[in-house]
Design a binder for this molecule. Structure first.
Ligand SMILES: Nc1ncnc2c1ncn2[C@@H]1O[C@H](COP(=O)(O)OP(=O)(O)O)[C@@H](O)[C@H]1O
Ligand SMILES: [Mg+2]
Length: 471
């Protein structure tokens, strides 16, 4: 008698409220439902069920109050909802109860399975979907380095356990592809992936092609596609963190990926505009900027004795304007940012990370002096090249005019080769630093002939052997 279904029923019975209260629909305006009769027992964030005329139940959330009535938004279509329909109170602080059996599964924002693999078992620990982060004083410090398997990030923007980083890029520059590399190659106990408000086709391709069997097996994926209601899209982000918090509380190191935070912000904007909140910055409402830190702060180290949530959040930079309000707000909350550059993607170098504009705020503290020196030297060469790039491309720079620039030009191909990494290829920390060291070894200037068998400057060297990495 201990089948998952039986356990689910027992757990559900335990969570049933002791009494039921009903209200009535008094008005519907756009997506907004006004209800009366129960407004004094409700608070913002509570869930309700509206019984439609055709016998369905529409899940709704309380988003505000106006002239003595509670304002609800629906999680799904409002078809069949009319004046006088009965409204049943649901959970006031909705929770989920994951178990390790959730690994390998795909769920929606309600925590229901959407992969056709049958019901999900429920555990005995309830996690509020809109949880609060542990208080700052009770949190551990950010832990040791986390191997994300992407050498450009492992070396130049090292990420530590419990760190939160943003991945900023315009559309089609490679955010989702980079996420799929993390899923395949990161050395973490568990991965929780939130696909928030992306197109349905993309979500499906991501799960089937990019995640693969192996990635799927050690991850829980939460999906809300762009055609779902703003409440579902917003809640999928909360759900992603709630699942991550469960595994963190089991003492595990969790990698939490979210694609994208911008869609979460847009969902919050739709919700608050519907509830009558006036827009502030670029149509975004003040509550968007209040919700962002509440969401992102939930990632991070746990209390003493529990695990960590390392958060990597993509931010869609509209019109490649890195100063638009959501990018600005997210950059200020997180502990680092990785910038993907359209110009780099256009010349075919993937992942298109702009190293000079990307920062990890735990560096250089997490590195050894040798690693810090290596990174500083590589950054110096890249920055020198970048300053002169225009002149070099135009052919206006004459080799030999400046030894520093000559050196940057000589190292450019090897550094570009170092930064290039195919999706299926993973590189560990150790291999990454070794490859960078090789790329920084003396390189011949283009057009110079190698000395006879020499190994000093001018000697012909093959590019660094990028194959020396785990695949
Ligand atoms: N590592 C990579 N290797 C090769 N091509 C890539 C890589 N990353 C991205 N791309 C190319 O960029 C396109 C868009 O990438 P995607 O991750 O979907 O962008 P975004 O999520 O930012 O919209 C992909 O279809 C692919 O052609
Ligand atoms: Mg994408």
């Amino acid at each position: 008698m201990s089948s998952p279904l039986f356990n689910n029923i027992v757990n559900d019975l335990g969570r049933l409220p002791e009494r039921r209260v009903y209200g009535r629909v008094l008005g519907v305006q756009g997506l907004l439902i006004e209800i009366g009769g129960v407004q004094t027992t409700l608070s913002v964030g509570d869930h309700c069920w509206v019984h439609t005329r055709d016998g369905r139940q529409v899940a709704c959330e309380v988003v505000g109050f106006r002239t003595g009535r509670a304002l609800l938004l629906p999680f799904s279509s409002l078809d069949g909802v009319g004046l006088g329909c009965r409204v049943e109170m649901g959970e006031s602080r909705p929770t989920i109860a994951p178990t390790p059996a959730w690994l390998g599964r795909v769920i929606n924002a309600m925590g229901d399975p959407v992969d056709g693999k049958g019901p999900l078992p429920a555990g005995d620990q309830a996690i509020p979907i809109r949880n609060t982060p542990p208080p700052a004083h009770a949190r551990q410090r950010v832990g040791g380095k986390l191997d994300l398997g992407v050498r450009a990030i492992n070396t130049f923007t090292t990420c530590c356990k419990g760190q939160r980083m943003g991945i900023f890029a315009g559309s089609g520059v490679g955010k989702s592809s980079l996420m799929s590399m993390f899923i395949r190659h990161t050395i973490a106990d568990v991965i929780v992936m939130g696909l928030v408000g992306e197109r349905g086709r993309e979500a499906r391709e991501f799960i089937e092609d990019d995640l693969g069997e192996e990635g799927l097996a050690r991850s829980v994926t939460v999906v809300a596609t762009s055609d779902e209601s703003p409440l579902m899209r917003r809640q999928s982000a909360y759900m992603t963190l709630a699942v991550a918090e469960y595994f963190r509380d089991q003492g595990l190191d969790v990698l939490c990926l979210m694609d994208s935070v911008t869609r979460f912000a847009m969902a919050q904007r739709e919700i608050s505009l519907s509830a009558g909140e006036p827009p502030a910055s670029k149509g975004y409402t003040p509550s968007v900027f209040a919700e962002l830190p509440r969401l992102l702060e939930r990632a991070g180290p746990g209390r003493e004795g529990s695990g960590t949530i390392t958060g990597l959040f993509t931010v869609l930079v509209e019109g490649d304007d890195h100063n638009e309000p959501i990018s600005d707000a997210v950059r200020g909350i997180l502990d680092g940012h990785i910038v993907l550059d359209r110009a780099i993607a256009e010349r075919g170098r993937y992942p298109a990370i702009n190293i000079l504009r990307s920062v990890s705020r735990t560096m250089p503290g997490c590195n050894s002096p040798e690693e810090t020196a290596l990174i500083a030297e590589a950054r110096r060469l890249m920055s020198t090249y970048e300053d002169m790039a225009e002149l070099i491309r135009l052919g206006a720079y004459r080799l030999g005019s400046d030894p520093g620039v000559d050196q940057a030009i000589a190292h450019h191909p090897a550094l570009e080769a170092f930064l290039t990494q195919a999706k299926a290829e993973g590189t560990t920390f150790g291999a990454g630093y070794a490859l960078l060291q090789e790329a920084l070894a003396p390189q011949p200037l283009p057009g110079t002939t190698p000395g006879p068998g020499g190994s000093g400057p001018g000697a012909a060297r093959p590019g660094p052997q990028m194959a020396r990495s785990r695949s």
